[in-house]
Design a protein around this ligand. Structure first.
Ligand code: BYC
Length: 364
């Protein structure tokens, strides 16, 4: 947890100095806290660029969670058994929950959910490239769980140690749930791989299509990653894109063997000297095209997201009206103090309209 005390002590010491000295003192305290692996909390001073970097990354992450519901939800109605359907529904619901935690983490930095969603809907903020690929067969649900969630875990476990407290804490819970997601995907693929020749082929085809896009999830190569150096200095990111990509490849190779499936890369080979697997060249042109909006499903995903938002407007309005009604009911009669009304000094039911609005958005 945070060790905010040194911030506050130094903050007090900084009082009384002129503005430039204040800024320098605050910055020094912030730098020392990061260097000491302390958590930065919402009320602590932080550089504007640290705040905006976090909002950018957390928003992109939150958007990925809710857009990520689409390719999998595509298979809920066609899951091959009640058990598989129940598992898939639980997983898709988890993704909505992850979006909620992350939008809340972004809100602690002073950026509201409406603003973030507007940026997503107007293409001013990104979501993960991976969700612009189609889910063509049932085996894709397994490949997403094994590879996409596996890549997400590899990327996100280090984020549990991110220097910004609310993001790090959200990641702890998300990673636990992602772990379940990854296992369900692995188990689903294993069942297909050990099934009929057609089922095995379907599993192999899904892995062939999802392998390379999964490697792209880690972002551009280190020498093209514009944010990595600063984000690592601030301990938002703990490892570079290429380090995590390599870790993921090394994890997947033995798992693919156990699954009886082949990773679609003829250059994938163990390198004794490096102690890692070498792997083939990633098609970064494809990655850049997907980021530009030219992936197979970019248009479909954002259109569906905007539609869900518009169709959910009545839910948000109803929730806001309900919250307002509750707040009015809880208002104390004239002449009464807050303390008289509920004994706590805080009127019951006084939930800000925005909060109800957010719940409605998540359901939408
Ligand atoms: N897709 O300087 P870089 C999940 C952008 S999975 C799209 O390396 P950074 C889930 C990047 O934003 C996925 N854009 O950036 C799983 C930047 O553009 P801007 C969500 C990408 O931030 C299953 C530019 O390229 N996970 O949650 O240092 C079911 C330069 O990149 C991608 C997260 O978001 C990409 N793959 O590092 C449901 C994890 N890669 O912003 C859901 C948190 C890069 O300057 N995020 N870009 O316009 C991170 O760890 C980091 O943001 C990244 C990129 C490693 C992704």
């Amino acid at each position: 947890m945070a060790t905010a005390a040194p911030h506050h002590t130094a903050r007090a010491q900084a009082d009384g100095q002129d503005e430039a000295a204040h800024a320098a003192a605050y910055e020094a305290v912030f730098d020392a806290a990061v260097a000491a692996d302390e958590r930065i909390e919402p009320r602590d001073w932080m550089p504007d660029a640290y705040r905006s970097t976090l909002v950018r990354q957390i928003a992109q992450h939150a958007h990925s969670e809710i857009i990520g519901m689409q390719p999998e939800a595509n298979w809920i109605t066609r899951a091959p058994s009640l058990r598989r359907k129940a598992i898939l529904m639980a997983k898709v619901q988890d993704e909505a929950g992850h979006g909620l935690y992350l939008y809340s983490a972004a809100e602690t930095l002073g950026t509201g959910r409406d603003e973030l969603l507007d940026k997503l809907h107007t293409g001013r903020q990104k979501y993960s490239s991976i969700f612009n690929y189609p889910t063509l067969t049932w085996a894709d649900v397994g490949a997403i769980g094994w590879l996409v969630d596996g890549a997400a875990i590899t990327n996100q476990v280090p984020l549990c140690r991110c220097s910004y407290g609310p993001y790090a804490r959200a990641m702890v819970r998300i990673c636990k749930e992602e772990s379940f997601h990854q296992r369900q995907g692995y188990e689903l693929l294993l069942a297909l791989s050990r099934g009929t020749p057609e089922q095995h082929e379907m599993a192999q085809d899904a892995v062939n299509r999802w392998w390379w896009p999964s490697l792209m999830m880690f972002g551009p190569p280190d020498d093209e990653s514009s944010h990595s150096a600063q984000s690592m200095a601030w301990k938002i990111k703990r490892h570079s894109n290429d380090e995590l990509r390599q870790r993921f490849v090394d994890i997947c190779v033995p798992q693919a063997e156990s699954l009886g499936l082949t990773l679609p890369d003829p250059d994938l080979v163990w390198n004794e000297e490096r102690g890692h697997h070498d792997f083939g060249a990633i098609d970064w042109t494809e990655f850049r095209e997907v980021l530009k909006g030219n992936g197979p499903c970019n248009e479909q995903r954002i259109t569906q997201r905007r539609r869900a938002h518009d169709e959910g407007a009545w839910v948000r309005e109803a929730a806001a009206a309900y919250a307002e009604k509750q707040a009015t009911r809880a208002e104390p009669p004239a002449g009464h103090t807050d303390q008289q009304s509920n004994g706590t000094g805080s009127p019951q039911g006084d939930e800000p309209a925005g909060t109800a609005d957010e719940h409605a958005e998540a359901r939408a």
